[in-house]
Design a protein around this ligand. Structure first.
Ligand code: ADE
Ligand code: ZN
Length: 328
């Protein structure tokens, strides 16, 4: 078996803000005189109690990401770390709620800073980054429309998708149809968090009400085998984040995680970290745990990464470059 770090990997589900190392946030807090001590434990790791509290801590950490410069530095730090994990292509979720409060002009400046950092990281480390603009479900449908407006105005080679994160237990997927339709009209690909907490119904709603091509997590579809069959037949891709699911308690254990059962049923699964420092994970750790728990080997990982390349939201020229690197 190839050393895990040497396996070329794609990551399709990574929250840029959620990938901020605690030290990065702590140093910004110090610089700006903001007291964020309550969101860290004694070891300096993020501290939270369950999913809703995780979202609170996440948003508190974001308060020190106050301008494009912070997002430039964050993007650089995250990509350097990902490249060291053998990641060759990343799609990162970024929310305009944290980038100028959904103002289109401000968002353009933040996005330019991230794109600049991505261009530099590609030149130095060969890693490719594309963006997925993300609305936040618990902020509600009207705020999501503002996010979709930002997405419409900046859709292109770098901003390739529109998505939704946040608390799945409030509102319904269908409430966001207008925002998702706006994004689709602008040529953006669609994904949404579903079936991380809200059961198989959420996955159904995501597919049938929003018409997404990919689903963030989606693992609770396992409760409904007709739906699993539908996902397998139609090729909807799941952005599975097993370490996140175990850390947050979506799955009690790695052995009990449904990723292998879903794969065996023919569902297109991919592997990502979600918010790695929050969950004490990395892409290498995810792969090591999948190898240890389910016996996944080089051939299996190669297949998973081909699936991810085929499901990536980038243009076909970029996809061809990525597929070529997977082959070499
Ligand atoms: N935002 C960041 N991480 C998330 C997760 N795991 N679920 C929903 N929203 C999120
Ligand atoms: Zn996520």
């Amino acid at each position: 078996m190839t050393a895990t770090a040497d396996i070329p990997k794609l990551e399709l589900h990574l929250h840029l803000e959620g990938a901020a190392p605690p030290k990065f946030i702590q140093s910004l807090a110090k610089e700006k005189g903001v007291d964020l001590s309550g969101i860290f434990d004694e070891q300096g790791n993020y501290k939270y109690d369950g999913f809703v509290d995780f979202l609170r801590v996440y948003e508190a950490a974001c308060t020190v990401l106050t301008g494009p410069e912070e997002f430039y530095k964050l993007t650089k730090a995250v990509l350097e770390h990902s490249a060291a994990q053998g990641v060759i292509y990343t799609e990162a979720f970024v929310s305009p709620d944290f980038c100028g409060n959904n103002d289109v002009g401000a968002w353009k400046e933040y996005m330019a800073a991230m794109e600049q950092a991505a261009t530099e990281a590609e030149a130095t480390d060969g890693i490719i980054l594309r963006g997925i603009l993300t609305c936040i479900r618990h902020e509600g449908p009207d705020t999501a429309k503002l996010a979709a407006k930002c997405a419409q105005e900046t859709a292109g080679d770098w901003l390739v998708g529109f998505g939704m994160g946040g608390n799945e237990m409030v509102h319904r997927q269908a409430d966001f149809k207008y925002a998702f339709d706006m994004a689709a009209e602008a040529g953006l690909h669609l994904t949404t968090h579903a079936g991380e907490w809200g059961g198989a119904k959420e996955v159904r709603d995501a597919v049938f009400d929003l018409g997404v091509e990919r689903i963030g997590h989606g693992v609770m579809c396992i409760e409904d085998m007709d739906l699993v069959e539908h996902l397998a037949e139609t090729g909807v891709v799941l952005e599975v984040c097993p370490g996140s699911n175990v850390a947050l308690g979506v799955s009690d254990t790695w052995a009990g995680h449904p990723i292998e059962r879903l794969r065996a049923e023919g569902v297109k699964v991919t592997v990502s970290t979600d918010d790695p420092p929050f969950f004490h994970t990395t892409m290498c750790r995810e792969y090591d745990m999948l190898a240890e728990t389910f016996g996944w080997d080089d051939a299996r990982f190669a297949q998973i990464n081909r699936t991810a390349a085929e499901a990536a939201f980038c243009d076909d020229k970029t996809r061809a470059r990525v597929l070529k690197r997977l082959e070499s």
